[in-house]
Design a protein around this ligand. Structure first.
Ligand code: F0G
Length: 448
């Protein structure tokens, strides 16, 4: 039987659809870059699942229990207890968000010129690796880039490529391994337990430390439970604990699976020396080690969210909603990354709009059309984001947690289906301005 969401709604936030002429005007003013739109001019916002979550009554109650002492606030200790019990890590360092964690950890671990291996690093991750003098290397399996074939764990690291890379470049030139779960850039695709274990064994054999980019750790655990035979009878907390037993530590953007609007942290399993060095660094860049740039109330909301996200019924309805949108698009004949990921449906804009060349950004063209069609905001994950020709031109329809209903999903699918019917007429775009790093946030375009 189809089960509905395991919660009901007790507060609503009105949203509005601007008339078509105004949407045209707003998009033009934004230089065809949806990042430059005002959120109030967007009807359904699928830009990101990051920090866009709806908190529970329990989390809001926790907000009122914020202890705003500069040092040693009780909410830090609550979060530490929670993290220690879920991830079985000895130490945590709170940070203002995921990239704050990346900045601190990478600064200590990367020596100039060293490689940082991963399945596919997220864009801020890649930027922080590069800024610290490191070289990001993506070793995901080839299936990740073939959107039309099914593979249950497209986020897996190719262990053969990994062994070969270590052999060719030497373990001493590798700073560490970072496994991103789920792997955002290739479609929110999960990594199997088997793969995490193997990668960890290979790395440990060579003395290479393993970290997890844990932003969507619970969604990854859900996929392990539902797709990996050996884990079907294990609970989500058991799976999470095993996943992290293969790592030396993790970076975490709480804005995803902690079901909050801001926050992050670093977790260190055992390495006391690394923890002590991080503790010195966090004071310089984020704040005192018991708040790390966050208010006490934020720490409390993260702590409570981390416990809520482990609920199987929640995860099933969460991923179920993403799958529902994916099935509507497939029915409408729109090419998507198969299977859908944990947090988003990735439309293959390159396949949908084959007449648009990569340097006329099919993904940007599609996001623009989607805003014009129905006030829906999506995001390009393709050549614009990569800063060079990308292996795939994707558009991510990212679903915030506990925010929209399936009726919103029906509407989004209808908008895309309308565009699909007139896809030959969709034009590419040309860049008129681009900043030197992370250009996708601020670039401007005109229709080609
Ligand atoms: N790692 C992954 C896998 C991410 O998806 C993100 C953010 C970060 C790290 C950085 O965390 O935003 O808290 O500093 N992803 C967002 C997104 C921005 O839209 O996918 P942050």
């Amino acid at each position: 039987m189809h089960m509905p969401e395991p919660y009901r709604i007790k507060m609503v936030e009105p949203i509005h659809l601007l008339p078509k002429e105004q949407r045209e005007q707003k998009l033009k003013e934004a230089g065809l870059n949806v990042f430059s739109l005002k959120a109030q001019d967007v009807f359904i916002d699928l830009l990101t699942d990051s920090g866009t979550n709806a908190m529970s009554d329990n989390q809001w109650a926790g907000i009122m229990m914020g202890d705003e002492s500069y040092a040693g606030c009780r909410n830090f200790y609550n979060l530490q207890d929670t993290a220690q019990s879920i991830f079985e890590c000895k130490y945590i360092i709170p940070t203002h968000q995921g990239r704050g964690a990346e900045n601190l950890l990478f600064g200590l671990l990367i020596k100039h010129g060293q490689y940082v291996l991963g399945n596919v690093h997220f864009d801020t991750t890649e930027a922080h690796i590069t800024l610290k003098g490191g070289q990001p290397v993506n070793l995901v399996i080839d299936e990740a880039y073939d959107t039309s074939t099914y593979h249950p764990f497209k986020g897996n690291v190719d262990t053969q490529k990994l062994e070969q890379f270590i052999e060719e470049h030497g373990a001493e030139n590798i700073a560490f391994m970072l496994i991103t779960v789920t792997c955002n850039t290739v479609g929110g695709q999960p990594v199997s337990m088997e793969n995490i274990k193997q990668v960890s064994q290979i790395c440990r054999r060579h003395g290479i430390k393993v970290f997890i980019d844990a932003a969507r750790f619970a969604e990854n655990a859900y996929f392990i439970k539902t797709r990996e035979e050996a884990y079907k009878d294990k609970s989500i907390p058991e799976i999470v604990s095993e996943m992290f037993s293969y790592a030396d530590g993790f970076t975490f953007s709480a804005k995803k699976d902690a079901l909050v609007n801001i926050g992050g942290m670093i977790g260190i399993m055992n390495d006391e020396e690394l923890y002590l060095r991080l503790r010195e660094q966090v004071i310089i860049y984020e704040g005192f080690p018991t708040y790390g740039g966050l208010a006490g109330r934020d720490l409390e909301a993260i702590s409570r969210g981390l416990r809520e996200v482990l609920d199987f019924d929640y995860l099933q309805s969460r991923v179920g909603q993403v799958e529902y949108l994916g099935s509507l698009l497939t029915e409408a004949g729109i090419p998507i990354q198969t299977p859908v990921g944990g947090h988003a449906v990735f439309v293959d804009a390159g396949k949908m709009l084959p007449h648009i060349r990569w340097d006329n950004f099919p993904g940007v063209a599609l996001t623009s059309e989607l805003y014009l069609e129905g006030g829906v905001r999506a995001v390009e994950i393709g050549s614009l984001l990569m800063g060079k020709q990308a292996p795939t031109e994707l558009v991510r329809l990212t679903i915030p947690r506990r925010v929209y209903t399936n009726s919103h999903m029906d509407y989004v699918a209808e908008c895309l289906s309308n565009i699909n019917k007139r896809k030959e007429q969709v034009r590419g775009v040309r860049i008129t301005y681009e900043p030197p790093v992370l250009r996708h946030f601020l670039a401007r375009f005109e229709w080609a």
